[in-house]
Design a protein around this ligand. Structure first.
Ligand code: SF4
Length: 389
């Protein structure tokens, strides 16, 4: 087997986005030895992103259940008896409270989801007000409200909405097994309306629904061959909910999930790949491999719409173990990254030169050494080089 994966060749030391992927080519990536695939994904990831930064979003269900659609994985469909409690559209002040909590917990983006086929004209004033109020808190905003017309997309954009989520869910070939109440083309049309309005696109899919390997490749081909890659690509592992048609489908092999993340990273090098639903069933080691494969976004919070998600505290502990933080260096160039690291190291070293003013002893401890400027500069340079090499 040719394991060179011709498909991800760097140009000008960057891995440039492509829009002409084929299913056999993607199957070749999937079939790479695991270490080769992760290595390639890391190369691509590091060419575009700070490898130790994971973007954090919070997702809130602003209207729960009673959805007329028949998505076979979804407990919010009115067609399945899952015991889910329906909730009407949430009041704006409650949404704001939750957004404030999300910001305090470290989220930079607040996503609001409503279980609708599409928003009605009467809903638009409420959701646009929500967008305006959440924006005032200094958070990025995202919504997922179902299908959108061109006019609705423009209205949301004008209210300040940054991202709109609308997943393709699966391959066009497998789609009819999962949803019958809207077509694949309906989904592509909504994505076109969102892109046309100037909003950022968030679109991905769900794996582990009983699809084949070809279906997983085909889903990624659909996403990567869009005229412009979605800025955010959520990759979800099916969360099986009793009462839905997929409640007893076979589990997906965990390595196949990690491979999906890595292949998505290679195919959409500049997109944030979100390790999305299904994280609660993944142990820390599996999540770490997903980050190594190029996942660089997660949802914080104990609920993802209606399915459970790890507690925020567990995520913070995992980030600490992995040296991942939520400080974003907006500019992902090598120079900017090196400058950010130099700042961090300088701050740490400066801190070590001073004695805590509140400490009872006024004398510096015996271990405190004052470095002259030259020694410090040299040390900073060496540490920076080690960290970025
Ligand atoms: S995924 Fe969305 S559209 Fe489909 S049933 Fe659930 S809430 Fe409705």
């Amino acid at each position: 087997m040719n394991t060179s994966a011709t498909s991800a060749k760097p140009q000008n030391n960057k891995f440039e986005p492509r829009h002409d992927w084929t299913i056999p080519e993607v199957n070749t990536l999937y079939a790479l030895p695991f270490n080769d695939l992760l290595f390639q994904a890391q190369l691509v990831h590091r060419a575009h992103f700070d490898p130790n930064y994971v973007q954090v979003s919070t997702l809130l269900s602003i209207k729960t259940g009673a959805c007329p659609e028949d998505c076979a994985y979804c407990p919010q469909s009115a067609r399945y008896d899952t015991g889910l409690e329906k909730e009407r559209l949430m009041e704006i002040n409650k949404v704001i409270e939750r957004a404030k909590e999300a910001k305090e917990a470290g989220s930079t983006r607040f996503c609001m989801g409503a279980a609708w086929r599409n928003p009605k004209a009467r809903d638009m004033p409420y959701v646009t007000d929500m967008v305006r109020e959440v924006k005032k808190l200094g958070l990025e905003t995202c919504m997922t409200l179902g299908m959108l017309t061109r006019e609705q997309a423009i209205e949301l954009k004008q209210a300040g909405l940054d991202y709109y989520n609308h997943n393709l869910d699966t391959s066009p070939e497998f789609y009819g097994d999962i949803i019958t109440t809207r077509t694949y083309q309906d989904r592509l049309d909504t994505l076109g309306n969102v892109r046309g309005s100037g909003m950022h696109v968030c679109s991905g899919g769900i794996v582990g629904m009983g699809e084949t390997g070809d279906d997983r490749s085909s889903l990624l081909v659909q996403l990567a061959n869009l005229e412009q890659h979605p800025e955010s690509v959520p990759i979800n592992m099916l969360v099986k909910v009793e009462g839905t048609p997929l409640d007893s489908v076979d589990d997906l092999e965990p390595f196949e999930f990690i491979r999906t993340i890595a292949v998505a990273r290679i195919m959409m090098p500049q997109s944030f790949v979100r390790l999305s639903a299904g994280r609660e069933s993944m142990n820390e080691q599996m999540q770490a491999l997903c980050f190594m494969g190029g996942a660089n976004s997660i949802f914080y919070g104990c609920k993802l719409l209606t399915t459970s998600n790890p507690e925020t505290q567990e995520d913070v502990m995992l980030f600490n173990k992995l040296g991942i933080n939520s400080k974003q260096t907006k500019d992902y160039s090598d120079e900017a990254f090196a400058a950010a690291l130099t700042d961090e190291i300088t701050q740490k070293q400066n801190a070590s030169l001073y004695v805590d003013a509140s400490a009872k002893t006024s004398k510096p401890s015996a271990e405190t050494k004052i470095m002259d400027e030259k020694t410090m500069d040299k040390k900073i340079k060496t540490q920076t080089e080690q960290l970025i090499s």
